[in-house]
Design a protein around this ligand. Structure first.
Ligand code: NAD
Ligand code: HSO
Ligand code: ZN
Length: 425
């Protein structure tokens, strides 16, 4: 990996960086075929795909009881830490619960909003190369806090089911758990099969096949947003510690060969030091082949900007899932940034803290989705309804405006529905 200068980036480089897709487009056709087969063939298709992609012949797809057992038998120390993380996630998400409200905006014109949970949701908990008990907490806890009645979880199977993931799913409060992963799991939640009942909204992160499948079912079922292969962008000034910068890149790179990891700084020496550190740290990791592939992606790299404003502009255009700011004036830099899924400020705030335990949600938009979406939250599981009551005088105040606009639209019955209220019986 070479240090690249932001000023030298051509249109093709900028497209690769700022319109990145982490292999999701290339997975779309496969995902579409899988979704269609599951929709028409149900459990038979689920079992066949599970055998093909996960190499497992599953017995019962429903593993709700196994999850309950795992919560009792999992290593007590691990269970304690799962519960600590869950408590922090719960606390942060409870703070997001909105209150219903109603207010009189002018005499006789009372308007408000109320919030109710979606009734049935499905949470994807990834579990291919690595197991993700933390993603179980991030998906299920906010749904439970929002008051969702039925929370179903799907997660890929393995010869030996991962106890920590199962325990976390149960401890977080899921109602049903199915051992199925990939695009087939998303299709099962969207359309239902003999075993898996369909839901109203599908949420959660996953690899490019999972992400492509969510894009495919969107429209038939609600989804949160596309949360694909992980990303991090580190915005650093010359005082940043290159070991910390490199550690952030290597950490998110170990998720997936399709992960995108970037550092941008106005200090050429720091850029060079980060590049060397990344090389060194990448070689030390168990998943160093995955890390190296992620580091060599077109959307990854170490970049030298001519100034911090140029580096900030780069970060804004990139719109990363995670933005780490390692700079003296981090709060001032933050003020100039809007596009990021989650921001980590200062030398003691690694992304891993938010990935596992600080309490914020780690299910976040990737591939530039942060330009228009926020991460998973309690609001993801709520819908709002507006409520209004007008008094007779409140309606009288609006009478001419409503009838004039209704007639301008050629909708006489709308106007009449107001006028009838002022006519003598
Ligand atoms: N953006 C976020 O918020 C966020 C959060 C956590 C994890 N992640 C991401 O989740 C992903 C986890 O990936 P993973 O692969 O370990 O687990 P996964 O559960 O996402 O995917 C595993 C499934 O992929 C399917 N699959 C694998 N190869 C396939 C192929 N060739 N064709 C069709 N289907 C195939 C299989 O069905 C398998 O069950 C990583 O990319 C990680 O970065 C993202
Ligand atoms: N960094 C991931 C989100 O992109 C979340 C995660 C789970 N486990 C470790 N990290
Ligand atoms: Zn992570």
């Amino acid at each position: 990996m070479n240090v690249r200068r932001v000023a030298d980036l051509g249109p093709a480089d900028r497209r690769a960086l700022f319109e990145r897709d982490a292999g999701v487009d290339a997975a779309s056709e496969t995902a579409r075929d899988i979704v269609e087969r599951v929709r028409t063939e149900g459990d038979v298709a689920l079992r066949e795909y599970t055998s093909e992609f996960d190499g497992v012949e599953v017995g019962n797809l429903d593993i709700t009881d196994e999850a309950e057992r795992a919560a009792e038998t999992v290593d007590p120390d691990l269970r304690d830490h799962i519960e600590t993380a869950a408590a922090n996630v719960r606390e942060f998400h409870e703070a997001q619960l909105p209150d219903d409200w109603r207010r009189e905006f002018s005499p006789g014109r009372e308007l408000g909003r109320r919030f109710r949970p979606i009734e049935r949701v499905g949470v994807y908990v990834p579990g291919g190369a690595a197991a993700y008990p933390s993603s179980a907490l991030m998906g299920v806890v906010p749904a439970v806090v929002a008051g969702v009645e039925h929370v179903a979880v799907v997660t890929p199977p393995a010869e030996e089911l991962n106890d920590a993931t199962l325990a976390a799913i149960n401890l977080a409060g899921a109602d049903a758990v199915y051992q199925v992963g990939g695009a087939q799991a998303i299709a099962a939640l969207a359309y239902g099969t003999e075993t898996v009942s369909s839901v109203e909204k599908v949420v959660g992160p996953g690899n490019r096949f999972v992400t492509a499948a969510k894009a495919e079912v969107r429209g038939d079922v609600a989804i949160d947003f596309l949360a694909g292969p992980s990303e991090v962008l580190v915005l650093a000034d010359g005082d940043a510690n290159p070991r910390y910068v490199a550690a952030e890149l290597v950490a998110q790179a170990e998720h997936d060969a399709n992960a995108s990891v970037v550092a941008v700084t106005d200090d050429e020496d720091l850029a060079e030091a980060v590049r060397e550190e990344v090389d060194r740290q990448a070689g030390e990791r168990e998943r160093s082949d995955v890390v190296r592939e992620a580091l060599s992606n077109e959307a990854s790299g170490v970049f030298h900007a001519r100034s911090m404003p140029e580096a900030v502009l780069f970060a804004e255009e990139y719109a990363a899932e995670h933005l780490v700011v390692l700079a003296d004036d981090d709060e001032a830099l933050l003020d100039r940034i809007s596009n990021a899924g989650s921001v980590f400020l200062g030398p003691h705030t690694p992304v891993a803290a938010g990935d596992y335990a600080s309490g914020t949600n780690h299910v976040l938009p990737t591939n530039g989705g942060a330009r228009v979406f926020g991460g998973l939250s309690v609001e993801t599981f709520l819908r709002s309804t507006t409520v209004q009551r007008l008094s007779e005088s409140g309606l009288a105040d609006l009478r001419n405006t409503v009838t004039t606009l209704a007639r301008a639209e050629g909708l006489e019955a709308h106007a009449a529905s107001v006028e009838v209220r002022f006519e003598e019986e």
